[in-house]
Write a protein that binds this ligand. Structure first.
Ligand code: NAD
Length: 260
């Protein structure tokens, strides 16, 4: 009897912001598929990246934890080097790290603007820039935008929306630039996904806001991190080998619903 092995087994995924939320779910999905996970974690985050590693191991997978602040080029370059030193290759990149802060225009100081752009847009650039030299033909990357900026405007979140709109332009351009090397780049645009970010009532909707917003979501509820991770997995996998420079909205139908 022949034994069929998935082409993904033994591959390596670098995932930023992997101590929590969507990033953690991506690491778990990679482990399920036999892809080794480089769990990149921000030291200032209250979540324990060890829990992600435990999840990966419980799935029978392999991984390492690497600390990184995506605002700093030297740290991001060290992250890519550590991933390569540990596993000898990088195949998938998921530029997922992000912050969300509430600030009305008149409160949107240069410092707040710069910090948001440094994480949510600059972090994507730094992550791809550092990892791509270690990738070969067949490699793929996904960055995370948002319906805020990617589709809608959002009051009191202009800096977040600007960064997330920027992610789309960055990724379309990288898709064109890296295609001759056989590397694909796509963007996922999540809607309302229940994670530490969206359940923060100060900067986002909070639990109660998410519950109220469910009435506007055709599928009737917020998404789970796993539902986004599955789409990220698909875009990075060989199943999507002819897809590059695209955005895929994962929102339960929120943005296509007409409000009468
Ligand atoms: P989350 O807060 O659980 O995850 C964000 C991760 O980014 C955290 O692990 C955090 O430690 C990390 N991070 C923050 N600053 C960092 C830095 N300077 N360097 C490195 N890592 C840093 O929330 P999430 O919802 O899982 O967010 C994942 C991505 O999805 C983010 O880019 C977010 O903007 C985006 N997104 C989320 C939603 C949603 O509804 N949850 C919607 C649209 C887009």
């Amino acid at each position: 009897m022949s034994h069929i092995t998935s082409p993904d087994v033994g591959r390596v995924a670098v995932i930023t912001g992997a101590a929590s939320g969507i990033g953690r779910a991506v690491a778990a999905r990679c482990a399920r598929e036999g892809v080794r996970a480089v769990i990149c974690s921000y030291p200032g985050d209250p979540h324990d990246p060890q829990e992600t590693l435990d999840l990966v191991k419980a799935t029978g997978g392999e991984g390492i934890v690497v600390e990184v602040d995506v605002r700093h080029t030297t740290q991001v370059e060290a992250m890519a080097r550590k991933a390569h030193e540990a596993f000898g290759r990088i195949d998938h990149v998921v530029a997922n790290a992000g912050i969300l802060r509430r600030a009305a225009l008149t409160e949107l100081t240069d410092e707040r603007w710069d910090d948001m752009l440094a994480v949510d847009l600059g972090g994507v650039l730094r992550t791809f820039r550092a990892c791509v030299p270690f990738m070969s033909e067949g490699g793929a990357g996904v960055a995370i935008s948002s319906i805020s900026g990617g589709v809608y405007g959002w009051a009191d979140h202009a800096h977040y929306a600007a960064a997330k709109a920027g992610v789309i332009g960055l990724c379309r351009s990288l898709a064109v630039e890296l295609a001759p090397r056989g590397i694909r780049i796509n963007t996922v645009i999540p809607g309302l996904i229940e994670t530490p970010q969206s359940t923060d009532a100060v900067n986002s909707l909070g639990h109660e806001g998410l519950r109220r917003a469910s009435a506007d979501i055709p599928l009737g509820r917020p998404g789970t991190p796993e539902e986004v991770a599955d789409v990220i997995w698909f875009l990075n996998s060989p199943e999507a080998r002819y897809v590059t420079g695209q955005e895929l909205i994962v929102d339960g139908g929120l943005v296509v619903k007409m409000r009468a």
